[in-house]
Design a protein around this ligand. Structure first.
Ligand code: HEM
Length: 514
């Protein structure tokens, strides 16, 4: 063959090979284990997704893939992000692209029943409308301030309840008290402050059943819709019945908010939803849609906040020195700024919301609780709106992306002695600088997520935690049941909570105000 012809063939081949290699390089998918090793890992008796993910992080680095779930979900590997800086690049710097939710996350309930919730809505006009409503209208600090009377009412009931329990019994189990108080606050913000005790109980019962049963429907979303409806017919019937039950309790409360209001009426979440209109369809939200958004408001804020409260109190019981240091801070602020309120006994005097700003150690205790025990060990799965690159790897559209929240809070490269409960680590020398908990400038931990999908309730949750912790420590001395041990083992029930709920001896304090 002529040498010029050989040269042309070599050049053409080189061009195609380099083109092929280049496009393959661009398509480099995050590394991960083979299908076989995934199956064997999940067959182990102690299979735990978090432990498996931690092992894979050590083996493959801060971004890797893993097949989880069954059916459709197993075909598409999930991506795991385990480093702070990659989480920051994705959620904050490339926030627009990384703010979508995978289709599988839109559970069967939302797909089949016209129910919508903010958490699973794709990144688009309806999500933006609801998001703006919840962040800027109902959970804006100026609005949450209008509920301060409600908070002091709920707090007083809790304190009275704990006081009478402490007289009746030696050991008190706390979680139900905490959960009910936080739930009441959210119910009153959701349906208005005229809701009575009986109605709260009704909502509580239906929501408990809803949460307990929902877990059983999760597997439905792993199968194509047609199979779901035929094979899981009974589950469908059960689900529809549960939704009707929820509607029968919620709809009268929603309708009550349609009546004319007086000037004193505080704005409730339902009122804001009744005013909204779908941006594309130009129609109001229907009752089913409002019911699901109210249900999300209640579930999104109840177990997360009450479980965090339990973790924080458990650490204060376990470490009396930290409890004492916090009590001293509260005493100082209470006696510095507070002359006694007329007609109120010392026992009834509460730490007010405006006092919380003067308590840096309290804030440090709350932050340390959220770092050490975030209720969600992963964020809700995210996905990208279009194929994109992260750390040199391609992230395909609709691949579920999991951010390893708990692991980031325990990273020894960022946190010294990460397993210790040490609030002092948050006491900055610059008291004016608040810790950047939503990772605007950098992510060190992210119990509330970061970027566009960051928890819209994070300021309310922090307020509730600070308010309750300060008052629980101000009113009671907390002691362990077993001097040597407060069991901090974890259990996963949607969120990560205490395996053995906190029990404690609590003794009312006699506080002296000047
Ligand atoms: C300690 C308490 C709380 C914690 C740790 C927490 C944590 C989170 C996390 C990690 C997310 C997912 C972020 C993401 O996917 O990137 C989230 C989303 C959400 N949270 Fe919270 N949350 C708490 C309290 C609340 C409260 C009090 C409310 C409302 C009253 C609330 C309502 C929501 C809603 C509606 C979403 C979905 C946002 C969206 O997808 O756009 N949360 N929360």
């Amino acid at each position: 063959m002529e040498s010029w012809l050989i040269l042309i063939i070599i050049l053409i081949l080189t061009f195609f090979i380099s083109f092929f290699l280049k496009s393959n390089k661009q398509k480099k998918f995050p590394p991960g284990p083979s299908v076989f090793s995934v199956i064997t890992s999940f067959l182990r008796a102690d299979a735990d997704i978090e432990l498996i993910a931690r092992d894979l992080k050590t083996k493959y680095g801060p971004i890797f893939n893993l097949r989880i779930g069954i059916g459709i979900a197993f075909r598409r590997p999930s991506i795991f992000v385990a480093s702070h800086s990659l989480a920051y690049q994705a959620l904050v710097q490339q926030g627009v692209v990384f703010s979508d939710r995978p289709k599988a996350a839109q559970t069967s309930v939302s797909i089949h029943s016209n129910r919508i919730i903010l958490t699973t809505l794709p990144y688009g006009p309806t999500w933006r409308l609801l998001r703006r409503n919840i962040v800027s209208v109902i959970l804006h600090p100026s609005r949450t301030k209008s509920y301060s009377n409600v908070r002091s009412r709920v707090l007083s009931t809790l304190i009275q309840q704990l006081r009478s329990d402490s007289e009746a019994t030696q050991v008190i189990t706390l979680i139900e008290h905490f959960r009910f108080s936080v739930f009441c606050l959210l119910v009153l913000m959701c349906f208005g402050d005229k809701i009575d005790q009986h109605q709260v109980e009704q909502i509580k019962d239906v929501q408990r059943r809803w949460i307990q049963t929902m877990g059983r429907f999760v597997n439905l979303s792993f199968f194509p819709r047609i199979i779901q409806k035929i094979i899981f017919r009974n589950q469908w019937k059960e689900l529809m019945q549960l939704m009707q039950e929820q509607e029968s309790v919620f709809i009268p409360l929603i309708e009550a908010r349609m009546k004319p209001k007086t000037e004193e009426d505080v704005v409730a979440y339902v009122d804001t939803l009744l005013d909204l209109e779908f941006p594309e369809e130009k129609r109001k939200f229907n009752q089913g849609e409002i019911v699901s958004l109210c249900s999300e408001f209640l579930t999104g804020g109840t177990d997360t906040t009450s479980s965090s409260l339990q973790w924080i109190m458990a650490n204060l019981v376990k470490y009396p020195c930290i409890q004492e240091k916090l009590y001293q801070e509260i005493c100082e602020v209470m006696s510095r700024g507070n002359s006694k309120t007329d007609g109120v006994t010392e026992e009834e005097e509460i730490v007010k919301e405006e006092d919380l700003e003067k308590m840096p150690y309290l804030k440090a205790v709350i932050l340390e609780g959220l770092r050490r025990h975030p209720p969600g060990h992963f964020l809700q799965p995210h996905t990208v709106t279009e194929e994109v690159e992260l750390n040199g790897y391609v992230i395909p559209k609709d691949a579920p992306i999991n951010f390893m929240v708990a692991d980031m809070g325990l990273d020894p490269l960022v946190w010294k002695n990460p397993l210790d409960f040490n609030p002092d680590r948050f006491l900055s020398s610059d008291v004016t600088e608040a810790f950047d908990i939503i990772g605007n400038k950098e992510i060190k931990m992210m119990p509330f997520g970061a970027g566009r999908r960051v928890c819209p309730g994070y300021l309310l949750a922090l307020l509730h935690l600070e308010y309750f912790v300060a008052n629980l420590v101000w009113h009671f001395e907390w002691k362990p049941v077993d001097e040597n041990n407060v069991d901090l083992s974890e259990k996963l029930v949607f969120i990560v909570t205490m395996k053995n709920p906190l029990c404690a001896h609590i003794r009312p304090r006699v506080n002296k105000l000047e």
